[in-house]
Ligand binder design. Sequence first.
Ligand code: PEP
Ligand code: MN
Length: 377
Amino acid sequence: MKHDHGDECGSTACTKRLSALREPIDAIDRQIVAQLQERARLVLQIGAFKREHGLEGRDPERENEILHKLGDACEGPLEASHVREIYTAILRTSLGIQEAAADRSLRVKQRNRPGNGSVRVGSVIIGGSAPVMFVGPCSIESPEQMERIAPAVARLPGPKILRGGAFKPRTSPYAFQGLRHAGLDILHQTATRHGLASVTEVLDVATLDAVAASADMLQVGARNMYNTELLKALGRQGKPVLLKRGFMSTLEELMLAAEYILAEGNDAVVLCERGIRTFERATRNTLDISAVPLLKNETGLPVIVDLSHALGRRDILVPCARAALAAGADGLMVEVHDQPEQALSDGFQQIDLAELERLGLALGLGGTAAVMTGATP
Ligand code: PEP
Ligand code: MN
């Protein structure tokens, strides 16, 4: 076939002509992309400015204005609707890069924190070379009970922290609610007597000062992970915080909960995976092992695993503990009671003192050999 420019279709001359027509298109595309890059740089600057000044990231009014102005100015061959379509994509992409930059700028995602990714509680370093055991009863029940348990905790090789609930967030209002202030005193006295650091849950802002005066580390329980006023108050005080994952929370939500604490100036936050609710009934919750490396990769904060509340059973504690440590956990929480069957809360999942000793041996605490080889002594 012959074209009106005289070249045979498919001939070398035809191909040459097409290339000549395309050449300026390639040059225009390069210019458009260069301009889009310049636009993206400005978009990121604007995003940073808005963050700095606490302004809302998205401005739908401004987006509409851009779309209308550009559409109205169209002279063809592109119609207003075509230009708006192209710009809708550009605006969506711009918002995407702004949001990604905002996410990267979160404090929880920074790695240049004091302590280099570790948190100190008394003389214990969480996120150091050895895993830290958070051990003690679900609830503090009496001075005698704590006095029977604490020596076994102190005897565990390696770093450890004595746990015990004074203010208990129970599902039923008729269940044991904890010894409250009296429990705090018992924890403080027992921990001091045995040279142990202590951690206990703080339920609300009203009791925060009392809890902070008695314990070395303050725990936010799974039910309270979304209590933003409590998180902010914890950020304004100086004690380290153990932040548990809510049982229906995504990792992003857990990280943003940590951000509340960090944003108020408290960098000493340890994250805790404690199982999430799924359809599975064999365990109390489903232990999400992937949370450990994901949180460590994304945040640089220490991450521990609460085996007791995740599993709600004792028989698979050792293999799950090994899995948690193999995944990079900086510590493990285990509930321990001298007489689990008599416990006022969570008796079914607490281990006794002999089992605690065996767990320490099985995990090779104080030395890493058994963990590395998976060997059972
Ligand atoms: C606890 O550790 O005492 C506790 C209540 O755990 P969680 O908040 O994870 O249920
Ligand atoms: Mn418990």
